[in-house]
Design a protein around this ligand. Sequence first.
Ligand code: FE2
Ligand code: FE2
Length: 179
Amino acid sequence: MADKPFLTDIKTLRERARKHIENGAITEGYTADRETVVKVLNEALATEIVCVLRYKRHYFMASGIHAEGVAAEFLQHANDEQGHADRIAQRIVQLGGAPNFNPEGLLMRSHAEYVEGETLNDMIKEDLVAERIAIDSYRGMIEYIGDRDPTTSDLLKGILAVEEEHADELADLLQDLPK
Ligand SMILES: [Fe+2]
Ligand SMILES: [Fe+2]
């Protein structure tokens, strides 16, 4: 690494860019293990999809028991997780991979679980557990990628910040709920 020049001359850069033009956004300067990054991102994608499904279930169930404030929070989170799933899928494609939307094995690929929960209290607790799992796994992914893929790293950091907000909001909801 140390004996590598910081910048290659423009001509070499341009030649490289042309040579592997079919690789899209992936240039020879990409030093991360692309296959592993795609695999890790597909696990994150599965996690987000499972979280969308769980929050949707909780949203409709909470609406049924007239917990409008909590239901609105569940819906907001479901929409946020859907946005995360979309951005992750997009990044997988940029990396030359294929996003895995196969329902078969979805739960196996996901880090977080799908727990329905009986009461409002249960639902919020299960969502909080799932958010904490997501927080830990995103942190692990960011550490793994290091500075080898700044775009993926920035994407994951942005998502991590939102998962932390989610966890914080759920913890507040749990406190406000009559025991
Ligand atoms: Fe998310
Ligand atoms: Fe979340």
